[in-house]
Design a protein around this ligand. Structure first.
Ligand code: PLP
Length: 392
């Protein structure tokens, strides 16, 4: 396996090698993380609502652990389908205003499972260029043709839909909020196109669930599209602060997935204690509105302070604020300098983003105070000047 050494060297020389680093939580300070000896303001977590350390979730998990034991012991089709699943899926369907819901082990497996269950050879999937890797991998797993349209370019999508008019099944799939750019998909236009071309519409609410919608249902429901979106997918690993994923839709869709989604069929059920924790998180997501409100206000303040400081940041109002610096080395240096100044904000490089668009991806949390954020912008600005990303 000599090639490994050579290939790793290629990665290293291009500043593209990734190494796993340890980040420890800071008890009772959900907006922070510890790296090495340093306590850092965590601007790189997806714990948008600050729920990851919520005592009520932890208590629900602990109680379920004592009743249900550590592991589920088998897949849901065998003997792993424990009572907490039934309770959670009923609550999820009600929350999403859908007939039925199905829990998956995580978002990656949900996307892979749903896409490969809905389309196969001879079909086509229309997918935004910036969609999450789990969608791309789901399409590959399905063996359907991958028709990739330029980011949020509805005219390009229309051209591709025309080109593939005669395909058997057509699936349009998009992130609702794009994970590395923080901008929104054009869901209203997508809903109109899907109707016009007789396609299925699937929306991944990984970065919008918990944040948009009256009860945090996501962008689709905020826009009143519950019946236009055929497949609502989201994760419990971001805003919910826990782990896992859901798919909501018609009873027929869920019945089909129970029979055809291989990541669900051929993998052990999540630990029941985790399912109980998700149920509690779902209660909190629906009722603690202040978390969403505070998060969106904080995102607005952070974005506009960065702009005022002279940075060009991505558009939108989401808690994902990308600061595109271009090359990999600059992104890595920027991130290290931020760490020295007490801020955890990782550099995002290809292949996660396109070549030449390496960036610092800031993500905010309801756990941050406005003061912490404006103070952070001051430090980010000084580093920007020192690194030559900003003019002084
Ligand atoms: C994080 C993410 C996923 C994967 O979810 P996990 O639960 O972390 O596996 C899927 N889609 C999008 C858009 C994501 O950002």
């Amino acid at each position: 396996m000599d090639w490994l050494e050579k290939e790793l060297e290629v990665l290293e020389l291009a500043s593209l090698e990734r190494q796993l680093r340890v980040s420890a939580p800071v008890l009772d300070r959900p907006g922070y993380t510890v790296r090495g000896e340093r306590v850092l303001l965590n601007l790189s977590s997806n714990d948008y609502l600050g729920l990851a350390q919520h005592p009520a979730i932890i208590e629900a998990m602990r109680n379920a652990l004592l009743i249900e034991g550590a592991g589920a012991g088998a897949s849901r089709h065998v003997t792993g389908n424990r009572p907490p699943y039934m309770h959670l899926e009923k609550a999820l369907a009600e929350w999403q205003n859908c007939d039925a819901a199905l829990v998956f082990a995580n978002g990656y497996m949900a996307n892979a499972g749903v896409i490969s269950a809905l389309v196969s050879r001879g079909d086509v999937v229309f997918s935004d260029q910036f969609n999450h890797a789990s969608i791309v991998d789901g399409i590959a797993m399905s063996r359907a043709e991958h028709a990739r349209y330029r980011h949020n370019d509805m005219e390009h999508l229309r051209t591709l839909l025309n080109k593939h008019r005669d395909k058997r099944r057509k699936l349009i799939v998009t992130d609702a909020v794009f994970s590395m750019d923080g901008d929104q998909a054009h869901l209203l236009e997508l809903a109109a196109l899907k109707k016009g071309y007789g396609a299925i519409l699937m929306v991944d609410e990984a970065h919008s669930g918990g944040i948009y919608g009256m009860r945090g249902q996501g962008l689709g429901l905020e826009l009143g599209l519950e019946n236009d979106v055929d497949v609502h997918m989201g994760t419990f690993s971001k805003s919910f602060g826990v782990y896992g994923a859901y798919v909501c839709g018609s009873s027929m869709l869920i019945r089909w997935l129970v029979n055809k989604a291989r990541p669900l069929m051929y993998s052990t059920a999540l630990p029941p204690s985790l399912i109980a924790g998700i149920s509690k998180a779902l209660d909190l997501v629906q009722t603690e509105h202040w978390r969403r409100e505070r998060l969106l206000t904080a995102s607005g303040i952070f974005r506009s302070s960065l702009c005022k400081a002279g940075f060009k940041v991505g558009e939108g109002d989401s808690p994902i604020v990308p600061l595109i610096v271009g090359d990999n080395v600059t992104a890595l240096r920027f991130s290290s300098a931020l760490e020295m100044e007490g801020i955890a904000a990782v550099a995002i490089r290809p292949p996660t983003v396109s070549d030449g668009t390496a960036r610092i991806r800031f993500s905010l949390s309801a756990a941050h105070t406005f003061e912490e954020l404006t103070d952070a912008v001051g430090r980010i600005r000084s580093i920007g000047i020192q690194q030559g990303v900003l003019d002084s």
